[in-house]
Design a protein around this ligand. Structure first.
Ligand SMILES: Nc1ncnc2c1ncn2[C@@H]1O[C@H](COP(=O)(O)OP(=O)(O)OP(=O)(O)O)[C@@H](O)[C@H]1O
Ligand SMILES: [Mg+2]
Length: 366
């Protein structure tokens, strides 16, 4: 790789401040403020219709905010046309030119910018290498597989060395295996080029795998911004906890508070430590979230913080899920890794105790 060709110019930090977007009388984005750092792999994650594409289109300049500012490296770019912004977009459907070769597709943007032939050839060569398509430049683009076409689309978007690359669900048309390898590929491209990537997906696993930071969105608002670990292990509210992975919600009462720690009493009477993101006071009723893989099933014992009856055992190869009816009638899921082959040792209708790993309970914001 020739560093000077494929490395972005410095910068690429995006500020979105107080962004609101109305389509007629429908509000698609409601007061979003986000600061995306230079050279970051940043993901907008949320269910269909929550406003991800709309936010991306406002960074690209295809849509204008009804209110608020879009900044690039601290400069307001709201009045710039899409082609005046050092930003490129990769779409889900690739949008390649079917009548052009791989090389012509990759060089297209540079040609439009009026770059000399020799420079285009040189950048295309670097790009083919970057996306592992050396020797394929002369092929008609239609002869490539889906994954290869997606890499051409990436190379084409990277060729003019944008400061920011916007990617709107670029992997959703690929099969699972290809998607997994393209996730690694994208992460590598982002690290090697140092370009700020803003990636859109509704797939939580994809977001956790690739991102430096994630913004979880719901109905036009950003609910939480953080590292994959923050989002998964320290969800601030029920929507985030529920959207990212499987979760148990338990009602509890705060017994004591000290620093960022609390002791909470579960419906079983057991008291456990819990962390919390917002103010809680002793006596307060709270919801506590515990991930299924942070709990263990065993025979009932003094170490059990919860007790119940196994309603269902689901064997998933790598691990086993136990769906347990607790004494208070709610259901709790435990996910245990199948470290050994053979039976898990429990059957449906067994009475079991549930113990927890240390420091796994998190109190949610109301
Ligand atoms: N041009 C438009 N005119 C009217 N409504 C629009 C327009 N573009 C988007 N919307 C609406 O704004 C909301 C957000 O749309 P957006 O495309 O940003 O969602 P999304 O999060 O990208 O969803 P998906 O995951 O399905 O792509 C939706 O309710 C959509 O119908
Ligand atoms: Mg979308």
């Amino acid at each position: 790789m020739t560093e000077t060709r494929t490395t972005a110019a410095h910068g690429g930090a995006i500020g979105m401040h107080g962004i609101k977007k109305w389509f007629g009388n429908f509000q698609a984005v409601d007061d979003v403020t986000l600061d995306i750092r230079s050279n970051e792999f940043f993901t907008l994650l949320g269910p269909s219709g929550c406003g991800k594409t709309t936010l991306l289109r406002m960074i690209a300049g295809f849509e204008l905010p009804t209110e608020g500012q879009v900044l690039l490296d601290g400069v307001d770019i709201s009045s710039l046309l899409p082609n005046q912004r050092p930003v490129n977009t990769v779409f889900q459907n690739y949008a390649l030119f079917p009548h052009l070769t791989v090389a012509e597709n990759i060089g297209f943007g540079l040609k439009m910018l009026g770059k000399p032939r020799s420079e285009i050839d040189s950048v295309v060569k670097d790009m083919l290498k970057l996306v592992h398509l050396e020797g394929r430049g002369g092929n008609p683009v239609t002869q490539l597989s889906g994954g290869q076409q997606q890499r051409v689309a990436l190379a084409r978007a990277l060729a003019p060395r944008p400061k920011v690359l916007l990617l709107d669900e670029p992997l959703s048309a690929l099969d699972l295996k290809l998607r997994k390898s393209m996730q690694m590929e994208l992460k590598r491209l982002q690290t090697e080029t140092g370009i700020t990537f803003v990636f859109v997906t509704h797939d939580q696993e994809e977001a956790l795998t690739m991102s430096d930071r994630i913004a979880v969105m719901s109905t036009g608002t950003v609910r939480q911004v953080g590292s994959p670990w923050d989002i998964y292990d320290r969800p601030a509210e029920r929507f985030v906890a529920d959207f990212i992975g499987e979760t148990n919600f338990l009602e509890a009462e705060v017994v004591a508070v000290s620093g960022d720690r609390a002791r909470v009493r579960l419906s079983s009477g057991a008291e456990i430590p819990a962390t919390f993101p917002a103010d809680v006071t002793p006596g307060g009723k709270v919801t506590v979230v515990i991930r299924p893989e942070h709990a263990q099933v065993g025979t009932p014992s003094p170490a059990s913080v919860l007790r119940g009856i196994i309603r269902e055992i689901v064997y998933l190869g790598t691990d086993t899920h136990f769906h347990i009816r607790l004494e208070d009638g709610t259901t709790f899921t435990v996910r245990q890794q199948n470290a050994r082959s053979g039976s898990c040792g429990f059957s449906k209708d067994d009475a079991v105790g549930i113990s927890l790993s240390d420091d796994v309970a998190q109190i949610l914001r109301d």
